[in-house]
Every structure is written in C-alpha cells, then in structure tokens.
Design a binder for this molecule. Structure first.
Ligand SMILES: N[C@@H](CCC(=O)N[C@@H](CS)C(=O)NCC(=O)O)C(=O)O
Length: 220
C-alpha cells in the first residue's frame, strides 16, 4: 500500500493539501515544519524539498512539492473527489487554471497583506497597501462567482478551500472582509465541512506534538 506523509505548517497553505487528504480519507502521517523558526531551511528539510517550502508530500519513497501539483496527483488518483469530473479537456484545464491562479496570484497578494516584511523589509506599509488595492479589485469577481454556492456552483471542490484560505490570510493581515458577506459565508461553509474539521484537528495535534507557538496575528 502506498504511504503518504505531508510536511506542513499548521495554518499555512499546506492546509489545502491536508484538507484534500482528509476529504479523500487517505490514511497519512504528518510532520510539522515550523516555518516561523526557519525549519524549512534546515539541511534535513532541504534534502527533502530543496525549495524550502511547505507543503511537500512524500508518496512512498518519492517527494512531490507545489500544492497544485500535489492536488492534481490526488485528484487523478481519486477522480471527481477534489474537482468536478468533466469530460471536456478544456474545462479540466480551466479548473487547473483556477488552482494555479490561487497559488500564484491570490496567495501572493494575501501574503503581501499578511507578511509584507517577507517581501520587502522596510517597505511593509507600501507592500501591504499595494496588496490591499490588488485584492480589492479581485474580490468582487470572486464574490460574484461564489454567490451563495461554491466556486463550481453546487459542487464543493478543493478550489473553495484554497480561495478561502487565501482570503483568510489576507483578513488576518487586516483586509476587511466585513464588506463581503458572501465571502464570509463561503468561508463558514468551507470550514464546516467534515474534512476541513478533520484537517484542523490534525493541525492542532501537530502544534501540540511539536510544541509550536503561532506568531501573533497567525491563526488556525
Ligand atoms: N509555490 C508553493 C508555495 C508554498 C509556500 O509559499 N509555502 C509557504 C507557507 S504558505 C512557505 O513554506 N513559506 C516558508 C518560506 O517562504 O520560507 C506552493 O504552492 O506549494
């Protein structure tokens, strides 16, 4: 049987992969990497993931990095369970495009609001302001698409988790989601799914097991 181990940081973007594993009910082990203490840059972790980031997923004796690549593997192994099952390859590619947009656009914008110091030390206010302006221009489209449902209408997908995670990070950095009740309600729906609750539980256990204190402002 294939074994899985996720290298993750509670509350970080690895949450999306953790949620996927829990949604699929795949048995897996987990190792927390305290990125606020630089554990992602230790020789042992870099040997596993030279990019020095979480998540990484060990699949048997192979290691896969990049959240979207990991999600695509899991989705391929479990068709229709993380993304809608569609016969049209163009539509499948559009679903992939949405996930890539989460990881390379939305995530970056959220990070610039939450942790501007990691982008430009000394210019935090300007970076946060630019990120806030960018997100303010993106958010109406997300809100419109979600309505009172999911990104894919009536079907939950892992894209919902990714979007909600990015918006949560921006909110933790001070972005005001209060003016966007549809987004707040969407996050509540994402967080009330049993697989999300299981993922959160695994993250809490990992914090305790590894004795990790989250920095001020960071939250699960
Ligand atoms: N492109 C990567 C980005 C992963 C990423 O930025 N992970 C963050 C946590 S959300 C991290 O490991 N940060 C540690 C660091 O940058 O040193 C992916 O999508 O998996």
């Amino acid at each position: 049987m294939t074994t899985y181990r996720i290298f993750h940081m509670p509350g970080a973007c690895s949450r999306v992969v953790m949620n996927a594993l829990c949604e699929l009910q795949i048995p897996f082990d987990d190792t927390a990497v305290n990125i606020f203490r630089g554990e992602q840059r230790t020789p042992a972790y870099l040997a596993l993931n030279p990019k020095g980031k979480v998540p990484a997923l060990q699949v048997g004796d192979q290691v896969l990095t990049e959240a979207v690549a990991i999600l695509m593997l899991l989705n391929e192994q479990n068709p229709g369970q993380l993304l809608p099952l569609v016969p049209d390859p163009v539509v499948r590619a559009q679903h992939l495009a949405d996930l890539i947009w989460c990881s390379n656009t939305l995530h970056g914008v959220a990070r610039s609001i939450f942790m501007p110091v990691r982008i430009a030390p000394g210019a935090e206010a300007a970076v946060r302001e630019a990120g806030t302006a960018q997100l303010t221009s993106i958010v109406p489209d997300i809100e419109h698409r979600l309505g009172d449902g999911w990104w894919h209408g009536e079907i939950w997908s892992i894209t919902d988790v990714y979007i909600s995670w990015c918006l949560g990070v921006a909110a933790a950095g001070g972005f005001d989601l209060g003016a966007h009740p549809a987004l707040v309600a969407h996050t509540e729906r994402v967080r009330s799914r049993p697989s999300f609750e299981r993922a959160l539980d695994r993250e809490k256990q990992a914090l305790e097991r590894h004795g990790i204190q989250l920095p001020p402002g960071a939250r699960l």
